[in-house]
Design a protein around this ligand. Structure first.
Ligand code: URA
Length: 492
């Protein structure tokens, strides 16, 4: 997407190809800044807007003088790519003004009291929240059967996030053919290709059908009773979304039954991969990106894409998918587990199964917000022994841990946390590059050569395996003390 930069009298007009055309903005902004064009001399517009006709012709902006360079931090580029999705009509000009200031004040983004920085942060937060809400609240309606089956959803985002969010839905619903309609854009996945198109009207989406019941079933199954916090849930699922959420009527009943459901969930046996994971695997393991894997990724999103294609050891063959870390890119604490378990392998997310529930419950008791931390594993694929219908966890060996250190090392390089927490021996071995006695070092911090402090503790699944109730409670108490220490060490 090359943005056209035209000149009309004193004004430069930049035409971007869409509301969230970051590539176009970046290309134009770079050339404008290198030509010392002041922010006030630019009119940013979208191709097809009426204003275009007013400035139909002009002289193209020249390539910048040779040898002149624009230095911009990767952090700014990544965050600006999010902010560009904001619905503020002034966002292109605002980002350009910020870019010009960064040229003169390279540490500007650290000055949180600065009005521009505050605005940048607020816009970024608003877009990220909207992205998250779309992921959580898109509800598909099924149309047709057999080969003609497809799923349509209507959603009303506040910002221009469809393009940025579409790859998430491709990954999550690879095996379905679906279309998401919104007022300003649509995304369509035909099972192989993603197409982005214009906006639609609510009446273009079909009315409710039998999938409503499917959503209710799905919500019941993903509802995590051990993590229930009523206020947080209502903040997370604001009432304005409820009218489009078939499952909303289940909430009161689920709150009432949460304690009993938590016990049943811990007792539940592992499951086999759902049939649609064959499609997820076929797609993720197409082999196209193998070459990419030895190149260092510049962002966590890029690294996640590379991990999806990992062939560094044979564990990828039997797992459903790689399970990448989860959490903010600027987290001060990174928790490292061993490897995904059965439920993590199916969900594609770390620590969502029984050990994850225990981990969450202890963090809650420590008043430690998991969402502010980054949670990952030393090994990214589930290693298991099939036993009947069950998949029984099997410990990764030293070769597999070593092969996967590449990914953990890159996650840490990108996040640059204050503290890493090794949950158990595998994590400690991966973080420190050698096997260490966890029982002896538990509760202490070891500093690595690169300066990263590693706090050592046990794995939460250890607590689940203690049969005696009193002993389990005592160990849980020690683990809680460890989590409080971690919180303090990280200054959170
Ligand atoms: N155990 C782990 O070490 N990691 C997970 O993600 C789940 C269970």
């Amino acid at each position: 997407m090359i943005a056209a930069v035209l000149r009309k009298s004193a004004l430069r007009i930049v035409r971007l190809s869409s509301e969230a055309d970051f590539q176009g903005w970046r290309d134009a902004a770079r050339r404008l800044a290198l030509n010392d064009v002041a922010p006030g001399e630019i009119l940013w517009t979208i191709s097809g807007n009426e204003t275009d006709d007013l400035f139909a012709a002009g002289e193209s902006l020249r390539e910048p003088p040779k040898g002149k360079e624009l230095k911009v931090s990767r952090e700014f580029v990544e965050r600006a790519a999010v902010v560009i999705c904001h619905s503020d009509p002034d966002r292109f000009g605002f980002l350009y003004r910020l870019l010009c200031r960064l040229g003169r004040e390279p540490h500007l983004l650290k000055i949180h009291a600065d009005a521009d920085v505050r605005r940048f942060e607020q816009m970024e937060r608003a877009v990220r929240r909207d992205i998250h809400k779309m992921r959580a609240f898109v509800r598909f309606t099924r149309m047709g059967d057999g080969d003609g089956e497809r799923f349509i959803a209507w959603f009303e985002p506040q910002h221009f996030i469809v393009e940025r969010n579409a790859p998430f839905f491709v990954r999550r619903f690879t095996g379905m053919r679906w279309t998401i309609l919104t007022p300003h854009a649509s995304a369509d996945w035909d099972g192989e290709r993603l197409a982005l198109g214009p906006g639609a009207r609510r009446s273009d989406a079909p009315a409710e059908d039998a999938t409503v019941e499917l959503w209710r079933t799905y919500f019941r199954s993903i509802f995590n009773p051990a993590r229930l916090k009523v206020k947080a849930m209502q903040a997370e699922m604001p009432k304005k979304y409820w009218r489009n959420l078939p499952e909303a009527s289940l909430i009161p009943e689920m709150i009432r039954n949460a304690d009993k459901a938590a016990e049943e969930m811990i007792a539940k046996a592992p499951t086999k991969s759902a049939p649609h994971h064959a499609a997820v695997r076929a797609r993720h393991w197409s082999g196209e990106a193998e070459a990419e894997q030895s190149q260092e990724a510049g962002t966590l999103a890029e690294l996640r894409r590379q991990v999806d294609q990992c062939r560094r050891c044979p564990l990828w063959r039997d797992a459903t998918q790689a399970v990448f870390g989860e959490g903010p890119e600027n987290a001060t604490v990174v928790f490292v587990g061993e490897q995904p378990g059965d439920q993590e392998d199916l969900a594609g997310k770390p620590f969502v199964g029984p050990a994850g529930k225990m981990f969450d419950a202890v963090l809650d008791d420590a008043d430690f917000d998991r969402r502010k931390t980054y949670v990952t594993n030393a090994v990214k694929h589930f290693k298991f022994e099939p036993r009947g219908r069950k998949r029984i966890h099997s410990k990764p060996n030293a070769g597999e841990i070593q092969a996967c250190r590449w990914w953990l090392g890159n996650e840490l390089k990108l996040i640059r946390p204050e503290l890493a927490v090794a949950l158990g021996a595998t994590a400690a071995q991966s973080l420190l590059g050698k096997a260490v006695p966890v029982t002896k070092l538990r509760g202490t911090t070891v500093e690595r050569e690169d300066g990263l402090r590693v706090f050592i503790t046990v794995h939460p699944s250890y607590l689940l395996r203690i049969p005696d109730e009193a002993a389990r409670q005592a160990e849980r108490g020690r683990f809680l003390d460890d989590m409080k220490k971690v919180k303090k060490l990280a200054g959170m």
